[in-house]
Design a protein around this ligand. Structure first.
Ligand code: 16G
Ligand code: ZN
Length: 528
């Protein structure tokens, strides 16, 4: 790597007059502001790989559920986790360096700070979602990787979780923790083999999947080819050619935020529907009842379903002293938390953002984590996996439960929340329980809730504690919220600054719809 090469390559991607920040989901904004950021993220990925002894780092170009004109970029660490959070600041500093020389200088400063061995060849893989802006951003990334001598490989349009999967496979190949074949085909085979075994001799009707006109559509079609015919999957909103359709009137965010059907879906009573987001790392389910009333089965409902099913399998396998915990955020419906605790399982609340939940889930033999918005997965600790695979069943019934349990650990993408893997997981559980969506829904009744956003001058004056459930600043505001909450039945409300937009979010829940709406409005009014 020569100074001239880096500076010349950087010169092709001038920084706009803008301050950037590596947030909860990397950098995300209008695509036209991103070329310099993506270029510099490429440099950071190279450093991170060398810092990790040449292990493979992933770079995903996506803006998830954001509108078509946005894009974004984030790094994936060697085991498929999100970038370690103390490195986010280096990404932010690189993105904000004011000149090409400053970029180069900061890069070499980081090399020195971490005493990075320059003989190590860095390795980076990358992929993108289906946005119109993605190819140009991929080019910016490649230019950075080439400028600093990275051995790289592109996977084209992939779901975010697929790239996480491949990163982990590449870094564990040939070890006792080998995660799978590091290809898309390997991904489909791993999921489908587990699914087909779990669904052998079962059939459970059909599910319609709205793919938000994003990358999940073609990938689900591909996955479908490997699945047995135990369920029929109807794919809708899978037009990735018309860029403007991405996440438009479709997708998990549309359904969850508006608590309504996508207009393109005419739902049959008691049939199953699911929506993915633009990069297929989120999923929500829903159905309409006999009276055509819409019911959402969100991340909380998926978490409770998964936790209780896995708990039963552990129990029926004869495995003892096994800890299962459910990790949620402040947005988890109060009824879901109460339900899980009633089942005797511990719950933990963390700040919003997958990395926080993921981290907390690692504390259990099996950690189930989901955000209410449908982001989530299940983690089995390495020692728990060893115990499961070494366990000797003592009866045919234990043997069956154990076989299911082993397949469940293969079916779940343990690197990150994965809408395709979560879809198959839910389908398997519903088939095993012989549940229609209303039976699943009947586990507990969601408290009516309302999410609002408030435009404020500076969201940074809002500081939270207790996993974002309480404000410490501005002084006195929390007391006012508490006083309002005290006036309603079964009520809860919190205010937190968004990590992705310059707004403050207000959440309220209460015993009735009108009370939840009113409480949200009143709390929002306090922010004026
Ligand atoms: C990011 C997070 C998502 C979270 C959302 C909250 C990841 C991969 N994504 O999209 O989990 O729900 O931010 O956004 O962690 P907010 O801070 O604007 O409310
Ligand atoms: Zn997403």
């Amino acid at each position: 790597m020569s100074q001239e090469a880096v500076i010349a390559a950087s010169g092709a991607y001038p920084k706009p007059a803008q301050t950037f920040q590596y947030g909860t989901a990397g950098f995300r904004m209008k695509a036209e502001l991103l070329p310099s950021v993506v270029f510099r993220v490429g440099l950071l990925a190279a450093l991170r790989s060398r810092y990790k002894g040449g292990q493979v780092i992933g770079v995903m170009i996506t803006a998830s559920h954001n509108p078509p004109a946005d894009n974004g970029v984030k790094l994936i660490d060697p085991l498929g986790e999100m970038l370690e959070s103390n490195w986010e600041a280096y990404g932010t500093a690189l993105a904000n360096a004011e000149s090409d020389q400053a970029v180069y200088d900061y890069y070499t400063q980081l090399e020195q700070k971490f005493n990075i061995n320059k003989d190590i060849v860095p390795q980076v893989i990358y992929g993108s979602d289906t946005r119109e802006s993605s190819p140009a951003l991929v080019q910016a990334l490649k230019d950075a990787l080439d400028a600093v001598g990275v051995k790289s490989q592109g996977f084209g349009a992939v779901t975010t979780p697929q790239l996480h999967y491949i990163v982990r496979c590449l870094n564990t190949q040939g070890t006792e923790d080998a995660y799978g074949e590091p290809t898309l085909e390997g991904y489909y085979k791993k999921l489908s083999t587990a699914f087909n075994q779990l669904m052998a001799n079962k059939s459970n009707g059909s599910v319609t999947v709205d793919c938000a006109n994003g990358v999940g559509g073609p990938k689900l079609r591909e996955l479908q080819k490997y699945l047995n015919d135990s369920i029929e999957i109807t794919i809708t909103n899978d037009d990735t050619e018309t860029f403007s359709k991405l996440n438009s009137e479709s997708g998990a965010d549309y359904v969850k935020t508006g608590q309504r059907l996508p207009p393109s879906v005419s739902a049959k009573p008691l049939a199953r529907y699911a929506s993915l987001d633009g990069d297929a790392d989120r999923i929500v389910y829903y159905y309409v009842d006999k009276n055509s009333v819409f019911h959402l089965l969100d991340g909380d409902k998926i978490a409770t379903l998964a936790a209780s099913f896995i708990g039963d399998l552990i129990h029926h396998s004869g495995i003892t002293d096994f800890s299962i915990g459910v990790v949620q955020t402040a947005y988890a419906n109060g009824s879901s938390t109460a339900y899980i605790e009633k089942q005797g399982l511990p719950t933990v609340c963390t700040p919003t953002g997958v990395k926080h939940l993921h981290h907390a889930a690692l504390a259990y033999d099996c950690g189930v984590y989901f955000e209410a918005n449908g982001h989530g997965t299940v983690l089995f600790s390495p020692s728990a996996l060893k115990r499961i695979f070494a366990h000797e069943p003592k009866s045919p019934a234990q043997d069956t439960a154990l076989t299911h349990l082993k397949n469940i650990t293969e079916l779940i993408n343990q690197t990150v929340g994965d809408a395709l893997s979560d879809l198959l997981l839910v389908e398997v559980i519903l088939a095993h329980k012989d549940w229609t969506p209303d039976l699943w829904d009947a586990c507990y009744a969601d408290l009516p809730n309302k999410l609002e956003k408030a435009e404020v001058e500076d969201r940074n004056v809002y500081k939270t504690t207790d996993a974002e459930r309480k404000l410490t600043h501005p002084a006195g505001l929390q007391e006012q919220i508490d006083a309002l909450v005290g006036k309603y039945e079964q009520a809860r409300s919190f205010v937190r600054p968004s990590g992705t937009e310059n707004v403050v979010r207000v959440y309220a829940e209460a015993a009735t719809r009108s009370e939840a709406d009113e409480l949200a409005q009143k709390v929002k009014a306090l922010l004026k």
